[in-house]
Each structure stands twice: as structure tokens, then as C-alpha cells.
Design a protein around this ligand. Structure first.
Ligand SMILES: Nc1ncnc2c1ncn2[C@@H]1O[C@H](COP(=O)(O)OP(=O)(O)O)[C@@H](O)[C@H]1O
Ligand SMILES: [Mg+2]
Length: 238
């Protein structure tokens, strides 16, 4: 089966600094694929390029059977690729409900939007209870839920999550990881970027380890979780 997303020899630079140095990977439909790696490895740059926010130097991106190169960011969302960015980037003065509405900015099916907002509240009941509260008043974990919910409002085929566990308590992190698992069960394909290798590999079908712009190791989540070099570098073992 052709994968939902195929990335071939992607290179991305900021001026003279090459941040992504020729990476290739695929995301099969229905799976969770994770990119792990320390700060500066090029994970965020990769996601921003897939979303059309950065232009690659070289490389081919194929999504759902069509090339994405040169397609503007809003068209990429329309084609079914949603991005929950690093740091969440919510609108702090707008309410939860308003933030979710903004996630559906390309849609015109009012009834469908209302239904999907309810689905986000079913997934995260706390967001429903606080729907009229400005998002800036939410805790870090609740803001992460809202960032994921907002991305889901475009009804994506592929949901990209950039460090959803960043800054969260262990309990909240578990809740976010459980939700990712549930979304996968519901049929959403996910590309998960994480520094928390343990959490990401525990739920991913496949993983890739990035170091200074390159993929240095790939395998199933379970395989990488037990790999000695991964354990040493990312899970703090000797
Ligand atoms: N806007 C930018 N301008 C210049 N260099 C950048 C910019 N954003 C990121 N970089 C550099 O690109 C490399 C990869 O960064 P990034 O993709 O954010 O890594 P990660 O998400 O894995 O931490 C780093 O060396 C970083 O300093
Ligand atoms: Mg990053």
C-alpha cells in the first residue's frame, strides 16, 4: 500500500545553516510514526516544511498520492494535513470555543463544525466545561489538549504533533499520550515529534532517531525502545 505521507531526501536550510540534511521516511495510513531526537536535531524544521511554512532546498514530499512541493500552507491544511505546533500557539485572549472555531477556518459546513467541536469536548471533557474561558487561563496540559483539538477541527487525514508533552506533569503527559492512542484507534494517522523518547516510542508503530539534521536510526517503536544506543542517548541509561 502507498503510504499516506512520503518524504524523500528532504533538505531544509536557514540561509547557510542546513537544519535538515537529506532525510527520507514514510507515514503509513493508520499508524503513529515518531521522530525523536535532542534539541536542534531538525524535528520542528521538518514539520514546518511539511506544513508549507518553510520551503525545502531539495526533496520530494508526497501526501495522499499528490506532491506537496510548492503548495501553499492553507491548501495543505485543506488537503488533510494538520499541525499542532511546538509551544501550542493558541490565541490566549480568545475562548476555548473560539480557538476551536479558528481551527475550522477553511470549512463552511456549520453543522459539521458544531459536531466536530462537540467531538473535541467528548475527547477532552474539561475543554467543554470551560468553553467560554480565555485559553490563556488554562493550565499547560489543558492548552495542549486545546492545541490538539484545534488541529483536529480541520478533519485531518494526518495529524502532526510537535512536542505535545513539553512542560507537562507526568499525569498530564500520560493523558496526552492516551489521547494519541485513542485517536489512532479512531483511524487518525499521526506524525509525533517528541523529546520524550520513552513516551513516544511506547506508543509508536515506527520511529526515527534524528541527530543534527539526519535520521541515524529507524525501527519499530518496540525495537528502538530496546535498542542499547537509544537507551543510552535518550533514556538516560549507562
Ligand atoms: N528560524 C531559524 N533560523 C535559523 N536557524 C534556525 C531557525 N530555527 C531553527 N534553526 C536551527 O535549525 C536547527 C534545527 O532546529 P529545529 O528544527 O528547531 O530542531 P528541533 O525541533 O529538533 O529541536 C537548529 O540548529 C536550530 O538552531
Ligand atoms: Mg522542536
Amino acid at each position: 500500500m502507498t503510504p499516506l505521507l512520503e518524504v524523500e531526501d528532504l533538505r531544509v536550510a536557514y540561509g547557510k545553516i542546513e537544519a535538515v540534511k537529506g532525510i527520507s521516511f514514510t507515514v503509513p495510513a493508520g499508524q503513529v510514526v515518531t521522530l525523536i531526537g535532542t534539541n536542534g536535531a531538525g524535528k520542528t524544521t521538518t514539520l514546518r516544511t511539511l506544513s508549507g511554512l518553510l520551503t525545502p532546498r531539495t526533496g520530494k514530499i508526497t501526501f495522499d498520492g499528490h506532491p506537496l512541493n510548492g503548495v501553499p500552507a492553507h491548501k495543505i491544511v485543506e488537503r488533510g494535513l494538520a499541525h499542532s505546533p511546538e509551544g501550542r500557539r493558541l490565541f490566549p485572549r480568545l475562548t476555548i470555543a473560539e480557538n476551536l472555531q479558528l481551527g475550522a477556518f477553511l470549512r463552511k459546513d456549520t453543522a459539521g463544525i458544531t459536531r466536530d467541536i462537540q467531538r473535541v469536548y467528548d475527547l477532552f471533557p474539561i475543554l467543554g466545561e470551560r468553553r467560554r474561558q480565555p485559553s490563556g487561563t488554562l493550565s499547560g496540559g489543558e492548552q495542549q489538549m486545546l492545541a490538539m483539538g484545534r488541529a483536529l477541527m480541520s478533519r485531518p487525514k494526518l495529524l502532526m504533533l510537535d512536542e505535545p508533552s513539553m512542560g507537562l506533569s507526568p499525569i498530564m503527559m500520560q493523558k496526552i499520550m492516551d489521547t494519541i492512542r485513542e485517536l489512532r484507534t479512531q483511524g487518525t494517522t499521526i506524525l509525533l515529534v517528541e523529546q520524550n523518547a520513552q513516551a513516544a516510542l511506547s506508543l509508536a508503530d515506527e520511529g526515527h532517531v534524528m541527530e543534527t539534521g539526519r535520521i541515524v536510526l529507524s525501527g519499530t517503536g518496540a525495537h528502538l525502545l530496546h535498542d542499547a544506543s537509544v537507551r543510552k542517548a535518550y533514556l538516560g541509561e549507562d
